[in-house]
Design a protein around this ligand. Sequence first.
Ligand SMILES: Cc1cc2nc3c(=O)[nH]c(=O)nc-3n(C[C@H](O)[C@H](O)[C@H](O)COP(=O)(O)OP(=O)(O)OC[C@H]3O[C@@H](n4cnc5c(N)ncnc54)[C@H](O)[C@@H]3O)c2cc1C
Ligand code: FES
Length: 252
Amino acid sequence: MVDELMTRQADHRWEAGGQPRAVRVIRVVPESTRVKTLILDARVEAQPGQFVMAWLPGYEEKPFSLAEADPVALTVARVGPFSSALHALQPGDRLWIRGPLGHGFTIEGQRILLVGGGYGVAPLAFLARQAIARGIQVTALTAARRAEDVLYVDRFRALGASVVIATEDGSAGERGRAPEVAARVLRSGSYDALYGCGPEGMLEGLRALATEFGIPAQLSYEAYMRCGIGLCGSCEREGVVLCLEGPVLRFG
Ligand SMILES: Cc1cc2nc3c(=O)[nH]c(=O)nc-3n(C[C@H](O)[C@H](O)[C@H](O)COP(=O)(O)OP(=O)(O)OC[C@H]3O[C@@H](n4cnc5c(N)ncnc54)[C@H](O)[C@@H]3O)c2cc1C
Ligand code: FES
């Protein structure tokens, strides 16, 4: 009986995850020396913050945030074998995607601050577009080590967000790490909610800031993911199965 229930639950999750489907690259947008956005001939119904599992023959499947859903866009930083293989794709080439998966961002408040570290800006531009369409005032902080790694400035501006740039070496915008600059932005205005995506240390800094300023935080966490649908346990973090209950977690 228990086995039967578990099998049914697993089947349900496979259905929720869907089968990988072949899609073609229709356009490649260079974002920086290390980052490209792949625009795909696919559309999905998705919340910003949800992700897809992407696959190429000969590689493991890996998760990527939806940078857009219609058409699907993935912003990929070249860090290792799989991301390098994605960077080598040209318009017309195929890859396989499965999803959308996970739990994304919920829009709340009338004035919100989005903080993206590196390619963490990817789901935040998608979120900014939806929030601005609802009349919400959006400030987008795009943070990186150096000027040449800062992403999405024009995209956020074109959407109608106020943009703040932060670099650790001060080569563009304000000097400092993302949480330090976010603290200055929060002090300079009245914000209802904080959203973040980026390296773990940055997210912990943002979580502390949200507590200090008494506002909710929705933060997108990364973990090693294999199944993406709650079956393998590889993405469990402090009792939370991130591929199902995250990657976006809400605090406050
Ligand atoms: C929910 C979720 C969403 C994600 N969204 C995106 C996204 O939108 N865009 C994107 O590019 N990636 C995203 N990732 C990460 C992505 O899934 C892969 O981990 C990444 O592409 C590395 O795969 P790889 O095989 O190229 O390199 P790997 O072999 O996994 O890594 C190569 C080397 O780079 C290091 N490394 C791995 N990841 C990073 C990193 N992020 N920064 C610096 N060094 C790193 C590793 O420690 C290793 O030494 C996401 C991950 C999760 C869990
Ligand atoms: S990736 Fe398998 S349980 Fe989350």
